[in-house]
Design a binder for this molecule. Structure first.
Ligand SMILES: [Zn+2]
Length: 329
């Protein structure tokens, strides 16, 4: 929480920086290298039939140079990061991981200063709640919404599901409720109809992460501790009945390139909006996920905003058990 932006006194500096950087976009920044960590303890999850998932797209960023979203990125590659959610169906319950851009994103976004509006410019699509309704899915059939974290682009749609339990770690909720724009938008969080349910990850190692929570108790959907980007970010591991495995890593990095290259967000971005709760912890998580990718090549790593990674997922209303086999990266 201490690292989160609250210092209005810095706004003018950042404003100037954003203006300069966005207009010029020519500065180069030192690339942070992740800190080494001992080999991960890899656990095999039990096979569990019946789980399927779908990616629900709710919009995309206006577009930026790749070098602006990952330190190892190219100034000559254009990226259009995506905003979306994962709908998981399981015999014991259905849940959303993240909510993407919701019905009220336009009014929510007005909390931002002009420079943040410019930096996080986006094009909103159809919100999750509307896509579900269009396909006959009753929101009351959701047992939970599990945000990876509560930054605006993940929490926007929570208010569209009044009463649905929102599973969140206490540390994340406290950070968000004490936070401000552009990272956290209080209009997304202070609605009395939001049904917050705090959860605690268990001291149970899973895939090299020290803490985890097996949602259904069968190893098919497991939350893992990805603290760093925020105080209580959680990743989601899914194992399908045909043994395909996925790890959704929230905003540990914005692109898969960040995991492959072990490269964090650019220093400029981190300074301007101070997105990281804990830089060192965040770098360690990048290192950990990279190592996992190397050790477990069939595990598909999915950063929440990587439009290239999410394009390979079954797009709602298609589900993983109804789509054609998905090409591994
Ligand atoms: Zn995000």
């Amino acid at each position: 929480m201490a690292n989160h932006i609250t210092q209005s006194s810095q706004s003018r500096i950042r404003q100037a920086l954003v203006t300069g950087s966005l207009l010029c976009s020519m500065a180069l920044f030192a690339m942070n290298t992740a800190v080494a960590e001992p080999a991960s303890q890899i656990e095999a999850a039990a096979q569990a039939p019946g789980l399927s998932f779908s990616y629900i797209n709710t919009g995309h960023s206006a577009g930026t140079q790749e070098r602006m979203v990952v330190a190892s990125g190219s100034w000559f590659t254009r990226r259009h990061l995506t905003h979306g959610a994962i709908l998981v169906q399981h015999p014991d319950g259905n849940f959303l991981y993240d909510t993407g851009l919701g019905q009220q994103v336009k009014s929510q976004f007005k909390e931002n200063s002009w420079w943040a509006t410019l930096l996080f410019a986006h094009s909103a699509g159809t919100p999750v709640v509307e896509q579900l309704a269009e396909n006959g899915f009753d929101s009351k059939d959701l047992m939970a919404i599990i945000p990876s974290h509560l930054h605006w682009d993940h929490a926007s749609g929570i208010v569209d599901f009044p009463g649905v339990p929102v599973w969140i770690q206490q540390s994340e909720l406290e950070m968000a409720l004490a936070g401000d724009a552009p990272s956290f938008l209080q209009s997304q969080l202070n609605d009395q109809q939001i049904n917050w349910k705090t959860i605690s990850l268990q001291e149970k190692p899973f895939l090299g992460f020290s803490r985890s929570l097996d949602i259904f108790g069968d190893g098919s959907a497991v939350l893992v501790d990805l603290i760093g980007h925020t105080a209580g970010q959680v990743g989601l591991y899914l194992k399908l009945s045909d043994n395909r495995e996925y790890l959704f890593i929230g905003d540990t990095t914005w692109t898969l390139k960040g995991i492959i290259d072990q490269s964090p967000r650019p220093d400029l971005i981190k300074f301007v909006v101070n997105l990281e709760h804990d830089d060192k912890a965040s770098d360690l998580q990048i290192k950990k996920v990279h190592q996992l990718m190397v050790e477990r090549p069939k595990l598909t790593i999915v950063p929440a905003h990587d439009e290239l990674s999410t394009a390979k997922l079954p797009l709602y209303p298609m589900f993983s058990n109804t789509a054609e086999p998905i090409a591994q990266r």
